[in-house]
Design a protein. Structure first.
Length: 463
């Protein structure tokens, strides 16, 4: 059953809900509730707190633990092989197919990155080549611990994300929270769902949500960059792991509250300063930018949001097209994003594990931490930068520090820095989101500068 053509009169912005039937509402309510449950409702498991999508991804990995890493390696080999064929021979079946052209006809830089990712994965899976690339703390960690989770998460998210994106939930959240998100964070109201899914659920899901919304024409370059680099925090589960590794179980509530306070402060400040403030307010090049509609003066935000949500939900009557789009999403993420994460993540972790680069880069933080009266400042200094390679490295290095306060500071800062190459940075660079490596380095440093004093101030009050 389709909605009446005159349901919303765009010229005078009047609205009527009278002609909506129960079926119309159910097309919005049922998919949206399923989407909320899968991506945003915390659940307890034996391993800790997670969300259903992440739980399902872990369950699949548990069943296929011996098969996913080699399959992932061969997917990366397929990705770079077809990319090289596309660049060298430009076959019609790729060049004349918009989807295959997008996935495989990439720049020379991305071909090289895909090639590195495939080589690193092959070496780690089949244990050939230098130990420093394939070891359990470098390439092996990526291909056995991170990549399988991304493979299954992308599989589930590709098919289930439409429940959040296409059935009206964004329209409802946009109407209800437009007056908060715009003035406070300088982003559209509909982005509140992205932010909430990222914060409560998982940063990976947040990046995927934001990327799809950007490609769909709902965000400008500036808005997409702000949302992806400001709200895509790690999952609650990971914060618990960091907390436990730093032996701070007795302070978890204070620890997570500090992360929230420091994270919100960064979310308010970052959109107002470069590089995010200088991103253009233009849309994705291949999609027409959709301007967020204002709410008519004579209509409440709730009524407007419900009407827009029901209208959007009832546009999706073709299940096969939704499944087809989900399949395309999965293939694009598997072949386009996974090799980038493998390549960039391995390089970052190798630098962190086998060179003193991050130790030297952390030295300027010694006088800063000393001025902030943080105990064992020299030991804590390198953790301030090494998190750019992998968010768990600061916890590994900082776990041996005697001062509880210093471990507390390390744990909170490492989570609120948000951008790290082994996962989030690789995802951002592998997506179509308008951020580059220079942006990520600057954003990482600025977030550190913003959150460190806040975390230390709270830590002094707690300890």
């Amino acid at each position: 059953m389709s909605l009446p053509a005159n349901e919303i009169a765009s010229k005078n912005k009047t609205i009527s809900l009278k002609s909506y039937s129960v079926v119309h509402y159910l097309k919005f309510i049922i998919p949206s509730l399923i989407g909320i449950y899968l991506f945003m409702v915390p659940m307890k498991t034996e391993e800790g707190v997670t969300i259903p999508v992440a739980f399902l991804a872990n369950a699949i990995n548990g069943l296929l633990v011996d098969y996913v890493p080699p399959v992932a390696a061969w997917l990366m080999i397929l990705s770079v092989s077809v990319s090289i064929i596309a660049k060298m021979f430009k076959p019609d079946f790729i060049m004349k197919n918009s989807f295959l052209h997008t996935v495989f006809h990439v720049s020379n830089t991305w071909v090289i990155i895909r090639l590195l990712g495939a080589i690193f994965a092959f070496m780690a899976v089949y244990q050939i080549g230098p130990e420093w690339i394939r070891s359990e703390s470098t390439g092996g960690m990526l291909v056995y611990d991170l990549i399988p989770i991304l493979i299954t998460t992308f599989l589930l998210a590709g098919f289930f994300l439409p429940l959040l994106l296409d059935f009206g939930l964004l329209e409802l959240f946009g109407a209800l929270l437009a007056k908060v998100m715009r003035p406070v964070f300088k982003i559209p109201g509909r982005s509140s769902l992205d932010c909430l899914a990222s914060w409560v659920g998982d940063g990976t899901i947040g990046v995927l949500l934001t990327s799809k919304q950007y490609e769909g024409g709902f965000y400008t370059k500036r808005e997409a960059a702000v949302i992806a680099t400001t709200f895509s925090v790690v999952s609650i589960t990971f914060t618990i792991v960091v907390n436990q590794y730093l032996h701070l179980e007795d302070y978890f509530l204070e620890y997570y509250a500090t992360i929230v306070v420091a994270g919100l402060a960064a979310a308010i400040i970052m959109p107002r300063i470069p590089p995010l403030s200088r991103k253009p307010d233009t849309g994705y090049e291949h999609t027409e930018l959709k301007v967020e509609e204002g709410i008519p003066a004579n209509v409440t935000p709730l009524k407007w949001g419900i009407s827009e949500a029901v209208l959007q939900a009832n546009k999706n009557n073709n299940v096969s097209s939704i499944v087809k789009e989900g399949f395309r999403n999965v293939i694009e993420m598997w072949l386009g994003v996974i090799p980038v994460v493998m390549a960039i993540g391995t390089v970052g972790v190798v630098i962190a594990e086998y060179t003193p680069v991050f130790k030297y880069l952390g030295m300027p933080f010694i006088p800063i931490l000393s001025a902030l009266q943080v105990p064992e400042a020299a030991a804590a200094s390198q953790t301030m930068i090494i998190g750019f390679a992998d968010m768990f490295l600061p916890a590994i290095i900082g776990s041996g520090i005697e001062s509880e306060m210093t471990r507390f500071v390390i744990g909170c800062v490492s989570v609120t820095q948000l951008v790290y190459l082994s996962e989030m940075g690789g995802l951002l660079l592998g997506s179509k989101l308008p951020v580059n490596l220079k942006d990520l380095i600057l954003i990482f440093l600025l977030r550190t500068a913003i959150t460190l004093p806040i975390v230390v101030l709270i830590a002094h009050w707690i300890f």
